[in-house]
Design a protein around this ligand. Structure first.
Ligand code: NDP
Ligand code: 8G0
Length: 370
């Protein structure tokens, strides 16, 4: 079963990812559509909010089976989307391979090249730094938040990252570049702990090339250990936690464990990884809590930059895209932080992001009589 929820187009064309995972249902796609609407507003780029997906399970399927599913999905979706109408992208279970198959099918049906999808390959309209953008942006946001709320940086910090997909991998890369040591990563089966720091090239080979399991990391490191169960990762002591897998992966119990172990910051790469009581617990305990709609907005922001490059028929350098991304993340932190302060609690970036994101959408709707 496939879904596309076009949640709000007050600010710009509908925009948001497509998820292939057996857990997908209408309720999940709707919550993601609302989050996307407020997040896209925060980016300051002209994008409305949407989300889509299917309960199709890509695990264990051949390239050929994936291609046929993507083509069938697009055969139903194409009439609802377009560069100025609704611009989907990847998400969980949908990466460059799937975007390529869907883009090819869209063109086959529509007989037109337009920037209808983002996250495209670099040879056919994709943007440099889109692949890295969500993970990098998460670290840029975290950096700003650490500075403002705790007067500290990534340097010398121990980091735990859940997931080992697109967001997790590039969050690991940037956190390491900024001087931190990432000691644990996971997938839906379990997590690996490597006290010497995760060897990211090994994770990239396992996940990006071989499409394997995180357990295979044991073949690449003699110092690593593997633990079954995806949410056990929050028992690993760390200064900074970056949940980058999926919704509701940190419940109140995990939040209490993280705080008891002295966590300084929890910033969300995934969408709504902390349950509401977990998020409130972080805020009450003055943890630097970066809510998803602000902290992971770098991905969709860079998709916005891909749309700009497609409409102007230009392609920017990696450095140019990355510099724009950084500027956008700093600005998102500022707006979120200012709204949190105005609301009476500088640690409540959750309310700050909701207010900052909502006000712009509401004003745009009022102005247009929607
Ligand atoms: P990927 O498919 O590349 O990776 C997902 C990772 O999370 C995998 O390691 C996967 O493990 C794990 N995972 C997925 N579902 C579950 C689950 N139910 N329980 C435990 N682990 C799970 O996806 P992305 O990295 O793109 O997305 C990760 C999160 O980030 C999602 O919440 C997504 O919405 C959000 N996000 C993504 C953006 C992007 O640009 N890609 C932008 C903003 C937010 P396994 O392989 O075992 O399934
Ligand atoms: O590029 C996008 O529109 C996109 C893709 C995957 C996830 C998200 C998100 O913001 O959650 C956006």
């Amino acid at each position: 079963r496939g879904y596309r929820v076009q949640y709000n187009s007050a600010i710009g064309p509908y925009k948001g990812g497509i998820r292939f995972h057996p857990s997908v249902n209408a309720s999940i796609i709707k919550f993601l559509g609302l989050e996307q609407t407020l997040k896209n507003s925060l980016t300051s780029l002209p994008m409305g909010g949407a989300k889509g997906g299917s309960d199709f399970d890509p695990k264990g399927k051949s390239d050929n089976e994936i291609m046929h599913f993507c083509q069938s999905f697009m055969t139903e979706l194409y009439r609802y989307i377009g560069a100025d109408t609704d611009v989907p992208a990847g998400d969980i279970g949908v990466g460059a391979r799937e975007i390529g198959f869907m883009f090819g099918q869209y063109k086959r049906i529509q007989n037109e090249w337009n920037g209808v999808l983002t996250g495209k390959g670099l040879s056919y309209g994709g943007s440099l730094a889109r692949k890295e953008a969500t993970g990098y942006g998460l670290c840029y946001f975290t950096q700003e938040a650490l500075k403002a709320l705790k007067d500290t940086t990534f340097e010398g910090k121990t980091v735990v990252i859940s997931g080992s997909g697109n967001v997790a991998i590039y969050a690991c890369q940037k956190a390491t570049e900024l001087g931190a040591k990432v000691v644990a990563m996971s997938d839906s089966n379990g997590y690996v702990y490597d006290p010497n720091g995760i060897n990211l090239n090994a994770v990239k080979e396992i996940k990006e090339v071989k499409r394997g399991r995180i357990k295979d990391y044991l073949n690449y490191s003699s110092t690593a250990t593997y633990t079954e169960g995806s949410t056990n990762i929050w028992n690993v002591k760390c200064d900074i936690a970056l949940p980058c897998a999926t919704q509701n992966e940190i419940d109140l119990n995990s939040a209490k464990t993280l705080v008891a172990n002295g966590v300084t910051a929890v910033c969300e790469g995934a969408n709504m990884p902390s349950t509401l009581d977990a998020a409130k617990y972080f805020i009450e305990n003055k943890v630097v809590y970066g809510p998803a709609k602000a902290a992971n907005a770098g991905g969709v922001a860079t998709s916005g930059l891909e749309m700009t490059q497609n409409s102007t028929r230009l392609s920017w350098s990696f450095e140019e895209v990355d510099a724009n991304l950084k500027k956008i993340m700093v600005n998102i932190f500022k707006n979120t932080y200012n709204c949190a302060v105005a609301n009476g609690n500088e640690f409540d970036l959750l309310t700050g992001a909701n207010i900052a994101g909502f006000e712009k959408v509401a004003n745009a709707m009022l102005a247009q009589g929607i």
